[in-house]
Design a protein around this ligand. Sequence first.
Ligand code: MSP
Length: 513
Amino acid sequence: MPPMKAFYLTTAIDYANGSPHLGHAYEKVLTDVVARFQRAQGREVYFLTGLDEHGQKVQQSAGKKGISPQAFCDAIALEFQDLCLNLSISNDDYIRTTEERHKQVVGEIQQALFDKGEIYKGRYNGFYSARQEQFLQDKDRNEDGSWPEIFGDVFQISEENYYFRLSRYQDWLIRFLKENEDFIFPRFRQKQVLEFLKEPLNDLCISRPKSRLAWGIPLPFDQDYVTYVWFDALINYVTGSGYMAGDTSRWPADYHVIGKDIMVPAHSIYWPIMLHACDIPLPRHLLVHGFWTTEGAKMSKSTGNTVNPLHLADRFGTDSFRYFVTREMKVGQDSDFTVEQYMRRYTSDLGNDLGNLVNRVLNMVGRYAGGIVPGVEVEEEPEGELKDLFHSTHGKVVELGQDFQFHTALEEIFQFIRAINRYAEIRAPWKLARSERAEDRILLDTALATLAEGLRLAAVWLWPVMPGISEKIQTLLGLEAGFDIAENLVWDYRVVGKSVGGKTILFPRPESK
Ligand code: MSP
């Protein structure tokens, strides 16, 4: 039997012409949450991210620094790889488009398309935007005839180039999208693509003369030209899967996670057509997220410095950053990043709800049970209610996670965490501990075990979003940390008899940082 295909997940590959920012960080965290959530469900996951290194902008940025484009990219690659490490991103591979393995695959795909007659040479007379590295048409103009700002300097050129027969596949693509309504998540995005396809597609210029742009992958059939950067970059997903080298255990991708700005035309039009034209299976889905704005995050009294959102991860812990961006962004929509909201989430959800619960459990088990979680002899209504809430929450969390509704899943988990805190108030172990009655001792044991078990389960749920905190809590409860849903998300009092750790502050107050 052939090996089961891995769940293959990719992020966009970041442009190597600047340092990482919040948008890059978010996309990596989101993809990592999906990857970990799938792993928690027992699936084998293969997660690829990387760097998009060719093109005019990189050549220009390197030129300004007086270094070679390769040296420039090497330095940026380190920054992005550091970002992945700092954010606990669990990618299996990191692809750079200047790597030999990638250049080879790009060459093979272009040659195959050329041999099939899908690529031809033609002359273009018209306008060109250097900033966007794009040939322009009259429909790209503003109403008053000027060019939109995003194009930067626009000039007229007359140039021979190679073209990919994109237009030939327009009807096929429309049919494909209509037959596969869930190709793009969220679905409303698919409608935008169909809307775009109401206008006729032009063939795609896939080359740039070396005389004008040297920093790119040479065309295999004409060494005077390099590959247009998008035609090169998209192919990274196939290169990284090993498909062209004969490894079929990953491709097709299950999800390409990308931002809304690069859905049309690159990922929803060029990419499916490129693959279809050379008989490579299509990715199963695109997961298109929205944009973070940071208007509100310029300066903040509460942290006292100019805020780069990425510094908040250094300051308040990776997992708090992962929690914040996952909790605040409904996947597919936009969100505004403000330091105030970050601090609210940090102090209220993480500090007051989760951090306090951890402290309470460790303190009380230490103080009233010698540091060992006692056994359960009775279960009454309060325990039953909490258990019921666990079970109903569990179904919802798994379903929401499958639907990428991680922000609501977190809300559900935190409602459970708050319910455990309320349970502690109801049972009031500090009162039971003062009582001489044997029944109260039994209830005290039950309360401590219930609190510890509830906390354990919440920690397992949180693993995809806060892997470090989840593992820490489980270790503090005397357990080997686990994340597998089927194995670990069972209310079975496996904490009983375990020796818990001492007082630990997981989310220190901002002023004491
Ligand atoms: N290099 C191309 C992608 C090629 S994929 C074959 C690119 N790079 S990028 O660095 O500009 O963007 C990388 C990813 O970050 C994209 O998915 C983009 O949408 C995302 N984001 C960039 N800014 C963003 C926000 N402000 N918010 C959320 N994500 C955003 O495009």
